[in-house]
Design a protein around this ligand. Structure first.
Ligand code: HEM
Length: 404
């Protein structure tokens, strides 16, 4: 169908009405091929059953491009000197993936995440201390982003004076679009140099932080190499910062469009832990999982896929599939938990899910408690969605509240 072949899922027009498009696509063709001008040809998967099939089958749908073609992998890896930054678990399959994940699991424990709770609460309070009397702020830049970068940076053990640099590097790496290649390479190099120095320092003088713990984890004689460790930390920072920050923005945006839910949660904050699952399902900050590579000629939902082609599972669409959740387009903060795929499925299921849930719950409860009569400070139509492939979140979310 011509409509699908040229559909640009990254355009502002699409993003503004993404869920309406996805509903039509799930009906007409849950698996479709698209090649808009100037972009790589790609299969997109929008039906819940098909999305699950792609995410669970790492044999047919690989994350590691070297399983298709080593040259292709090198090309995607970028400049040789910094290519090792891509050696992380999200780019690996099978035993290579399991080894990296097991090692980081030993350091990134639920206990460590739970221990962060009082500090996350403190960070949220102090960000609001700075703006509360003024009665307005941009949720994205003044609350969500500083909150999530501070949490992940402190968990890793990055000194506060360097958080600004982290934010700059992370943004540029995630938002590659719009930056020239030399600027990007400089940013990657600065990021890598900084990490390697921090790792060396923590190896020599371990303290109670995640970088020190990761530098020491060992399994049957296997430790993370210096470059694996650097790549792992880069993944944790980027995956753990942009996603959580955008998710806070999406949830606040959703609440502002559903004032009855906002009032209920403000009055009954204990409901927030369950409501967070509904916010994640309703408007996930990871709209699409990372691209997979088709490892052999195969069929998916009646479509013939060829070895080497690229395929993307649209989890944001799967979350709105009626076969997964009744009345999926309706936000219902008290519904019995509906399964969602916002944290992915299978081998690459989000490692930071419990941290993300905790941040979201604290960020929303603190905001509703501290900012009475919270409302959008601009026309809803003026909200722009960030141009970052795979992720979804408001670029800016100006809000205001009553100041007594
Ligand atoms: C609301 C916030 C978040 C969302 C929606 C989210 C979503 C996801 C999704 C969908 C995946 C799988 C991607 C794929 O299969 O292509 C993933 C993987 C991952 N996430 Fe998250 N994430 C969030 C927060 C975090 C945080 C806070 C951290 C870490 C501190 C984190 C670390 C990771 C890592 C390391 C992986 C790779 C796991 C693997 O390859 O085995 N994420 N995340």
């Amino acid at each position: 169908m011509a409509y699908e072949r040229t559909l640009d899922l990254n355009s502002d027009a699409f993003r503004g009405e993404a869920y309406r498009h996805y509903a039509a696509l799930r009906q007409a063709s849950p698996v479709f091929f698209s090649q808009p001008e100037g972009q790589l040809p790609m299969w997109y998967v929008t039906g819940a059953r098909e999305v699950e099939e792609v995410l669970l089958d790492n044999e047919r749908f690989a994350r590691d491009p070297s399983r298709i073609n080593p040259q292709f992998a090198a090309m995607l890896g970028g400049e040789q000197s910094i290519a090792f930054l891509n050696e992380h678990m999200l780019n690996r399959d099978g035993e290579r993936h399991r080894r990296l994940r097991r090692l980081v699991n030993k350091a990134f424990t639920l206990k460590a995440v739970n221990a962060m709770r009082p500090r996350v609460e403190q960070i949220a309070e102090s960000l609001l201390d700075a703006v509360q009397a003024g009665g307005h702020m941009d949720v994205a830049s003044q609350y969500a982003f500083p909150l999530s970068i501070t949490v992940i940076a402190e968990l890793l053990g990055v000194p506060a004076r360097d958080h600004g640099d982290f934010r700059r590097w992370s943004h540029m790496i995630v938002r590659q679009v719009g930056h020239d290649l030399s600027e990007l390479q400089r940013c990657y190099s600065e990021f890598a140099d900084y990490m390697l120095a921090l790792i060396d320092q923590r190896r020599a003088h371990p303290v109670d932080d995640l970088v020190s713990a990761l530098a020491q984890v060992e399994e049957e004689g296997s430790m993370l190499s210096r470059s694996e460790l650097c790549s792992m930390i880069a993944l944790l920072i980027i995956a753990g910062h942009e996603t959580s920050a955008s998710m806070i923005g999406n949830a606040v945006h959703t609440l502002l469009q559903h004032p009855e839910a906002l009032i209920r949660l403000r009055d009954e904050p204990a409901l927030m832990a369950d409501a967070v699952e509904e916010f994640l399902r309703y408007d996930s900050s990871v709209e699409r999982a990372m691209v997979r590579f088709v490892t052999r000629d195969t069929e998916l939902s009646g479509q013939r896929l060829q070895r080497g082609q690229l395929i993307v599972a649209v989890v944001g669409s799967a979350n709105r599939d009626e076969t997964l959740c009744a009345n999926a387009d309706t936000l219902d903060i008290t519904r019995p938990a509906c399964p969602h795929m916002s944290f992915g499925k299978g081998a690459h299921y989000c490692l930071g899910a419990s941290l993300a849930r905790q941040e979201l719950e604290i960020a929303l409860n603190t905001l509703l408690r501290r900012c009475p009569r919270l409302r959008l400070a601009v026309d809803p139509g003026a909200i722009r969605w960030r141009y970052v492939p795979n992720f979804r979140g408001p670029d800016a979310l100006p809000v205001c509240w009553s100041v007594d």
